[in-house]
Design a protein around this ligand. Structure first.
Ligand SMILES: *Cc1c(COP(=O)(O)O)cnc(C)c1O
Length: 428
């Protein structure tokens, strides 16, 4: 048998699973025996450790009442810092540069409030036209709040093909009227990784602060935010990090900005030992902790204590290696098995440029997704024509990837999708 046709057998996939050094983590997650989860880039699954950490926190509340702030299994007063410390290696930062707080969009508001300092002709914010809508809404409203017209002050770098961004185009747009740059680490549709190191170098050369939205990379792709000199970053912890629905977000600020007053201040940004002095002058923490606002959402933070232990044990480099192996295998099977069915792979083939998911384009994508669900595969759909598939390093297998492609092939060969309407659900 030829090497390529052996790769398309289930036996090959099973061999890859046997050789997988991360396979032990799968048993730690709640997986359904009758379904294949390919949506870990939208909402990661519950693990036993995340559940345990949450239950311990509930028990601290039951046992200690108000004293849970300083006592119990995981004292609440320092939990945001504790989770921040666990997140730091995943973004390549020191523990004081990271805090678990707020949510993606709220953290973006906080960071723009703190780092957008329009002055003279430098008044614009540079973003891109493929960015997640919430980020754009936040940037537009921040501009309005400063009396700037978003139509003229928000620059959105164009994509040449609707899928990818060219770093050259972004760098060209870093003109002298730009006061702040906000970009994604990984594009949420195509899964393209931007060259953060290069973009940061160019922004620094031009003296423009630069920040990244890490929602689609943190937990799947290694970063070196500190080393690259990235000014700030923010991300959610419910996607690749499996922190649970609405889990508290992540925020990174480079240590060179410690001491910058938060744009949106609140008492949880205080130096810890000063917070309960109750003074009317904020003494901000000398860390990313200064960018916290109010009381942490402890019950949405606790699962991360358990979940992040697994990332520390597995190591982000091994996670990345397996993730790339899974997505490369998925694309290879799509090429060999689904040829002629009208699919187009809208993700970068090059490992260096591909994040944690594969974007599969098809005009009938909405109803192919519905047919996948009926066959026990959980994908996600992005209008108008994208099926996103995310095999996740800690709990997905090569055999599942193989099975997904086999099911897709049946759906297409038997035109099963024609039984469904080609419209998206309310939550896609
Ligand atoms: C998921 C996601 C968000 C979501 O923001 P929330 O404030 O957590 O709702 C924002 N930006 C990107 C790029 C995302 O992928």
């Amino acid at each position: 048998m030829e090497a390529s046709s052996f790769r398309s057998t289930r036996e090959y996939a099973e061999r890859m699973d046997q050789a997988d050094s991360l396979s032990r983590f799968r048993a730690e997650f709640y997986l359904k025996s009758d379904s294949i989860y390919m949506d870990g880039n939208s909402l990661g699954l519950l693990s036993k450790r995340a559940e345990h950490a949450l239950m311990e926190t509930l028990s601290d509340w039951r046992e200690h009442g108000i004293d849970g702030w300083m006592q119990g299994n995981h004292p609440w007063f320092t939990m945001s810092e504790q989770v921040g410390e666990m997140l730091a290696p995943l973004v390549g930062a020191s523990p004081e540069e990271v805090i678990a707080t707020g949510s993606t969009t709220v953290n973006l508001h906080q960071l723009v409030s703190s780092f957008y300092k329009p002055e003279g002709i430098r008044t614009k914010i540079l973003a891109d036209e493929l960015t997640f809508p919430s980020d754009i809404y936040a940037l537009q409203s921040q501009l309005r709040a400063r009396g700037c017209d978003p139509d003229t002050h928000l620059i959105r770098v164009k994509s040449r093909d609707g899928r990818f961004l060219e770093e050259d185009d972004i760098i060209e747009a870093m003109t002298e009227d730009v006061a702040l740059i906000v970009l994604p680490t990984v594009l949420y549709r195509s899964g393209q990784i931007l060259d953060m190191k290069r973009l940061t170098e160019e922004a620094r050369r031009k003296g423009i602060p630069i920040g990244f939205d890490g929602c689609h990379s943190v937990g799947a792709v290694p970063h070196a935010f500190s080393e690259w000199g990235v000014d700030f970053a923010y991300w959610c912890n419910y996607k690749h990090l499996n922190g649970g629905p609405g889990s508290v977000g992540g925020l990174y600020v480079n240590r060179s900005h410690f001491g910058t007053l938060p744009g949106l201040a609140g008492w949880f940004g205080s130096k810890k030992e000063k917070q309960f002095d109750m003074a009317h002058t904020l003494e901000p923490a000398e860390s990313a902790g200064a960018f916290q606002i109010g009381t942490p959402h402890v019950l949405s933070l606790a699962p991360l204590l358990g979940s992040l232990e697994m990332f520390a044990e597995a190591g982000i480099e091994s996670i990345r290696r397996k993730s790339l192996g899974l997505t490369e295998y998925l694309m290879a099977l799509i090429d060999s098995e689904l040829d002629g069915f009208g699919f187009f792979i809208g993700s970068p083939r090059d490992d260096v440029r591909r994040g944690g998911h594969v974007s599969l384009e098809h005009p009938e994508a909405a109803r192919i997704c519905k047919a996948l669900k009926q066959n026990g595969v959980i994908p996600d759909f992005r209008a108008p024509n994208i099926i996103r598939l995310a095999p996740v390093a800690l709990y997905s297998t090569y055999a599942e990837v193989w099975e997904v492609v086999r099911i897709l092939k049946d759906i297409m060969a038997e035109k099963q999708y024609e039984r469904f309407s080609n419209e998206r659900e309310v939550v896609a």
